[in-house]
Ligand binder design. Structure first.
Ligand code: CA
Length: 240
């Protein structure tokens, strides 16, 4: 069955050429020039390619609205906004990937393919893990600030209020909390959470940590809980 891609891009030239190329790659494509209809329609599709600067709504708000309904739906942002802030905003709103315009179409196709494979794996994995008796080993974790992670229900009280965690977010957080005060290597996290057989990049872990800092750190520039160990991975501390 053809995979269905929702494309939201208000620049007609880019939208047309992307639609053509995606169709040639055997995807079924719906191209929209505005963001709001995407929030209504996304569940009929397998993946969303989303521009941020849209005539009707900020793309980041589209991501947030979709994440409220579906923590797992694959979203790739394509944007000419390339500052660190936009990247962090997009990813912390819940996008899975971010490409800065102009980008290579080949690279976009590669990422789409990879994300669809990952998605399939997630869905299968979710069922087994969510129903497994040993999840979660830690049912709830509370920071000294009062912010909380409820692993059993995949929810968290964050600086942005109460949110639904994606399954992967919950797994990565759980692993870090379980190994508190120990350096966790990116490679170990990838192997434990995604298995060895997937081409998930170590950058994926960094993107997760960017989100976690947004959720739980008062000063994301000077993290006290999610500490980077350069060249190795991350160290989680519950107390500063
Ligand atoms: Ca635009």
């Amino acid at each position: 069955m053809k995979k269905r891609i929702l494309l939201v891009e208000d620049e007609p030239n880019l939208s047309n050429s992307l639609s053509l190329i995606l169709a040639e790659e055997n995807y079924e494509v719906l191209a929209l020039a505005t963001g709001r209809p995407a929030i209504e329609k996304f569940q009929e599709y397998d993946l969303l390619v989303l521009d941020l600067m849209l005539p009707d709504i900020d793309g980041v708000d589209v991501v947030k609205a979709i994440r409220d309904k579906s923590p797992q739906f694959p979203i790739i942002i394509i944007s000419s906004r390339s500052s660190e802030d936009d990247l962090v905003q997009g990813l912390s709103a819940g996008a899975d990937d971010y490409m800065t315009k102009p980008f290579s179409i080949k690279e976009l196709l590669l990422r789409i393919r990879r994300m669809l494979v990952r998605q399939k794996f997630y869905l299968e994995e979710d069922d087994t893990k969510k129903n497994s008796k040993d999840w979660p080993r830690i049912s709830c974790f509370q920071f000294p600030s009062g912010l909380r992670i409820d692993f059993a229900n995949f929810r968290a009280h964050t600086l942005q209020g109460e949110i639904a965690l994606t399954t992967q977010e919950a797994y990565v957080l759980h692993h870090l909390v379980e190994y508190e005060n120990q350096v966790v290597a990116r490679q170990d996290l990838l192997a434990k959470i995604w298995g060895h057989n997937l081409s998930v990049e170590t950058r994926t872990i960094d993107n997760f940590v960017v989100r976690f800092r947004k959720y739980f750190e008062n000063n994301t520039q000077k993290p006290k809980h999610f500490i980077t160990k350069r060249g190795v991975g991350y160290l989680f501390k519950s107390k500063s």
